[in-house]
Design a protein around this ligand. Structure first.
Ligand SMILES: C[S@@+](CC[C@H](N)C(=O)[O-])C[C@H]1O[C@@H](n2cnc3c(N)ncnc32)[C@H](O)[C@@H]1O
Length: 305
């Protein structure tokens, strides 16, 4: 395996596939929207010459510690949904490549106090950006039963989402879900199947909601055509079927609007992007053995035309 700095923080998935997909130009300008431990970024930097440039985003303050001292790197400690705005701020109207490796890092999971993991006792927080926004506890305490039902079903594929939503609304009248353990204990009577697997799905649903992960991805995708130079490439790694569908639809059509919204335009409207691979790229046997997290990773690549 290639060497990766900060491997204890996070092991990058589909590393070689990403590097190949981006087809890095020595003097190019690239954006890593999800810097994390900088695993992908460190290899992009190796492929860049002295005139190349890499802008890296991460909304989690912990990621800042991994940013290398390298004049070619600019760290943007913000949500990638503001991609275009921050690129303009740094004098970069367009780039040669965009990478996003979605979701949370192993570091975020392993930091019990952040509340992402079912394995540890911690505050029910789950915000990647701790400067603002609602926590997982806020979602559980304030959302309506139908909103909880919907998010548990759609984001977590929780089998008994309706029952769990009803239980949460009932139990919260007397119990405060301050910590991961308090929440697990309070709803333990409705757990179906293996509790660890069950809560992993519930926690995933809460995390996606807390961080508005699908909303941020949509906003990012909508900026891709304007931000990429002609011939530039976007590579996006997803870990959830809803995310993958957004990427697939946008990379194919260059829009989220259905054709029926514009029946007379649809024939002449041409996508500004073309898919580089018809099928998503997935981890090979060797990576699957080495890094179980790669199991659900799907990489899609598009080129600006
Ligand atoms: C899967 S990790 C990326 C790991 C990285 N590729 C590496 O090799 O170390 C995802 C990272 O992206 C950040 N992130 C997720 N969604 C984000 C968003 N909307 N805006 C900015 N950062 C985001 C997370 O905080 C996390 O550090």
């Amino acid at each position: 395996m290639e060497s990766v700095p900060n491997a204890g923080y996070h092991i990058p998935v589909l590393l070689n596939e990403v590097l190949e997909a981006l087809a890095i130009k020595e003097d190019g300008i690239y954006v890593d929207c999800t810097f994390g431990g900088g695993g992908h970024s460190s290899h992009i930097l190796k492929a860049l010459g002295p005139k190349g440039r890499l802008l890296v985003f991460d909304q989690d303050a912990d990621a800042a510690r991994n940013v290398p001292e390298d004049a070619r790197v600019t760290f943007v400690p913000h949500n990638f949904r503001h991609l275009k705005r921050f690129l303009q701020l740094h004098g970069v109207p367009q780039v040669d490549g965009i990478l996003a490796d979605l979701g949370v890092s192993s570091h975020q999971f392993d930091e019990g106090s952040r509340g992402f993991s079912t394995r540890f006792e911690g505050a029910l927080d789950m915000r990647m950006d701790q400067r603002s926004g609602k926590t997982a506890a806020d979602v559980l305490q304030t959302y309506s039963e139908s909103a909880l039902h919907k998010l548990l079903e759609q984001y977590g594929e929780v089998t008994n989402a309706r029952t769990l939503a009803r239980t949460i609304v009932e139990v919260r009248k007397t119990v405060k879900f301050d910590t991961t353990l308090a929440f697990r204990n309070a709803v333990s009577s409705v757990v179906k199947g293996n509790p660890n697997k069950y809560f992993a799905q519930v926690f995933q649903a809460l995390r996606i909601e807390v961080n508005d992960e699908l909303g941020a991805l949509k906003e990012l995708l909508e900026q891709v055509p304007a931000v990429l130079k002609d011939g530039g490439r976007a590579a996006i790694i997803t870990f959830h079927s809803l995310e993958d569908r957004l990427v697939k639809v946008f990379f194919r059509n260059g829009t989220f609007e259905a054709e029926e919204d514009h029946p007379f335009e649809s024939r002449v409207r041409k996508s500004p992007l073309k898919l580089v691979n018809k099928k998503p790229i997935e981890a090979g046997q060797e990576e699957l053995k080495r890094n179980p997290r790669s199991r659900s990773a799907k990489l899609r690549v598009a080129e600006k035309i």
